[in-house]
Design a protein around this ligand. Sequence first.
Ligand code: NAP
Length: 288
Amino acid sequence: MAKVVDGKEIARQMNDKVGNSIREIRALVQIPPRLVSVMVGRSEDAEIYINMQRKTAESVGIEFSVDRIDDGITQEDLIAHIEKLNSDSAVTAIIVQKPLPGKIDHDKIVAGINPEKDAEGIHPANLGRILRREADIVPCTPGAVMKILKAHEVDLYGKEVVIVGHSAIVGKPLSLMMLNEMATTTVCHIGTFETGNLPGHIRKADILVVAVGKPGIIKGDWIGEGAVVIDVGINKVGDTVVGDVDFSEASKKAALITPVPGGVGPVTVSILMRNVSRAYSIQNKKGV
Ligand code: NAP
């Protein structure tokens, strides 16, 4: 049976370190770190994330506030709001909550954030830095996957890594981060699935990461004996939350597996806080 990753414990240890780094910088500078969450309109799911972010931020010494904006705002006015936050020295990090109203292009809003205040690590400049192995502020979920592998001393050198899902914030940047660690990386997507090639790729994986958003799409008997399985998916099914992997069957084959909830999710929030800490450090020109 697979060992089950304790994402909450990894997150707790990371938060301790982030809290220490923040205290060290705070002792030397006037302005505390402040994360501003920009929320347009209303969303129950986003409120859950905001509460989680607030709790974790405050526990590590980051001030947290929410700018609540009416959903009638135009894209231009939202960009102008972001620009105001960029030029406010009391704001050290910015996160724009999803979902945004349909008429607003999330990518354009993120591109308006000062890359040094980009809490989620998804500004094009920060994504681009991954190519050159020089990213300090990294996209949160790929960062969490790398952290979990590191915490479990999973060596990536020469390993077959299969990533399912190629979104710009999870699958694609993660594939580059894996490549930077000298893994042999395969990225699968809807085309792989529709041509029936997905199970074949997954069977070869030493390390499998799934970020699709479809409950149980990855069957247990596709998993290779002794594989590491990281399930990023979050899917509401009735009153429960499940991942993309058939957890009970996959656990019989894998050596290490993340649960949903309690796996990648809590570590993702900690990477967000580490990004805020690194942004604070960069802005104060101190090494952390
Ligand atoms: P996304 O933008 O919807 O991307 C999903 C990806 O899956 C796309 O690349 C899509 O390919 C691919 N895909 C769809 N159906 C597929 C299939 N049948 N076979 C293979 N690939 C398929 O979603 P995302 O933002 O990357 O998030 C993915 C999941 O992770 C969601 O459940 C989300 O809630 C979760 N998530 C969790 C965390 C966390 O902290 N744990 C953070 C972020 C996201 P095409 O575009 O080609 O269709």
